[in-house]
Ligand binder design. Structure first.
Ligand code: ATP
Length: 377
């Protein structure tokens, strides 16, 4: 039989002042797995983490560690009785203790053994020899690594991290983050990491759980969450997107980029085709019109409005002839047509995500009823 999840939250709800900020949320994390809770500000990420830690108590549902209930209606183990490590953005080292004592702080056992472990974990985070310094003598990145050593030294079975790297500048963040991930994996802890930064989530996570209004709206491997978003908001949360509008007629949606089959939507329903900038193909009109094909559909014409080179890729903004909309394509390397150049844009059709537009729809229910679908078949 498979071992129970290291951490499981089951049907968690949390109500603050009559407002349900966590709503029927369930998740599981196994040994050595990193799960990122990703979502906009106020969606309930930190509250979920606090409930897992035990510093907050849920209004309903239960929390299990290694299959044992640590919190439900009847019991509530305090944080210090759960084998969880905590690492928050304001990682607050004790200013009056030296670095070795900071790392040794939560450890049990004889002093010599605690200091030995402290030195071992300082070495693991690349800070060997820093033990006798004080926090104010260290840079932000070094302090963060001390916080990581301190959280890891008691060998927690579950590590809870809330935006732990957000105080660092970009380069330092990448380095500290990669080092932390390596160490967490080596220790085999189950990690619940909270972030609002999609790049961080995709870089760190084995699985991403996308949250909105207190619920998990989509969970899966970063590749799947990125490439198969459940709705427009999910797609937009992970990167910039282009939106192409259409209207259903005869169970299909005709666009300047070709036809899309929309058998589940009623005639007259407004449709949005979502596509990420890297899935648009740009061809210079001067090189001739690319042939339409099943993979990229029909090319549509436009004019380059602005081009930016951002190191590994070029961002090309194109004003489309057919509706004046602006679409943005990213192309690897330096591809820098001048503003005013005529281009053809094509879509990678396998990366198009088609959703009914629910906010400004002409029809009250965009979906074909079960009965109508059966009749049509
Ligand atoms: P952020 O990314 O901004 O940190 P978050 O997704 O972590 O946001 P939470 O901090 O979990 O969100 O808060 C979720 C909601 O619950 C927010 O609307 C917040 O105002 C509310 N909330 C959190 N703690 C309390 C509290 N102790 N009392 C009342 N409301 C609270």
């Amino acid at each position: 039989m498979a071992a129970p999840a290291r951490l499981a939250l089951e049907n968690i709800a949390r109500v603050f002042d009559g407002r349900r900020v966590i709503d029927d949320l369930s998740l599981e994390i196994v040994e050595g797995e990193v799960l990122c809770l990703l979502g906009p500000s106020g969606c309930g990420k930190t509250t979920t983490l606090r409930i897992a830690a035990g510093v907050e108590r849920q209004s309903a549902g239960r929390v299990l560690l290694d299959g044992n209930v640590v919190s439900d209606d009847a019991v509530h183990e305090p944080p210090e009785r759960r084998s969880v490590g905590l690492m928050f953005q304001d990682f607050a080292l004790f200013p009056h203790l030296d670095i070795a004592a900071n790392v040794a702080f939560g450890l049990k056992g004889a002093k010599a053994e605690r200091l030995r472990l402290s030195e071992e974990y300082l070495e693991r985070v690349g800070l060997s020899g820093f033990g006798s310094k004080f926090p104010h003598m260290l840079s932000g990145g070094e302090q963060q690594r001390v916080a990581l050593a301190r959280a890891l030294a008691p060998k927690p079975r579950v590590m809870l991290m809330d935006e732990p790297f957000s105080g660092l500048d970009n380069r330092l963040r990448d380095a500290v983050r990669d080092q932390a991930l390596g160490l967490l994996k080596a220790e085999g802890a189950a990690v619940l990491l909270v972030t609002h930064d999609p790049e961080e989530a995709m870089r760190m996570a084995d699985r991403i759980a996308l949250m909105r209004h207190g619920r998990i709206v989509q969970a899966g491997a970063p590749y799947n969450v990125y490439n198969r978003p459940v709705d427009r908001e999910a797609a937009m949360f992970l990167s910039d997107v282009n939106v192409i509008h259409g209207v259903v007629a005869n169970r299909q949606t005709d666009t300047p980029f070709g036809l899309f089959l929309t058998p589940k939507l009623v005639d007259g329903a407004d449709v949005e085709i979502i596509i990420r900038p890297e899935h648009l193909k740009v061809d210079l009109a001067a090189d001739g019109q690319p042939a339409a094909n099943a993979r990229t559909g029909v090319p549509a014409a436009g004019m380059v409005e602005r081009v930016r080179f951002v190191g590994s890729e070029s961002l090309i903004e194109v004003r489309m002839d057919h509706d004046g909309a602006r679409l943005v394509a990213t192309v690897p390397g330096a591809f820098l047509p001048p503003a005013g150049a005529r281009v053809w844009l094509s879509l990678r059709r396998d990366h198009c995500h088609l959703f009914p537009c629910l906010t400004q729809s002409r029809v009250s229910d965009p979906y074909v009823s079960e009965a109508a679908r059966t009749a049509a078949e």
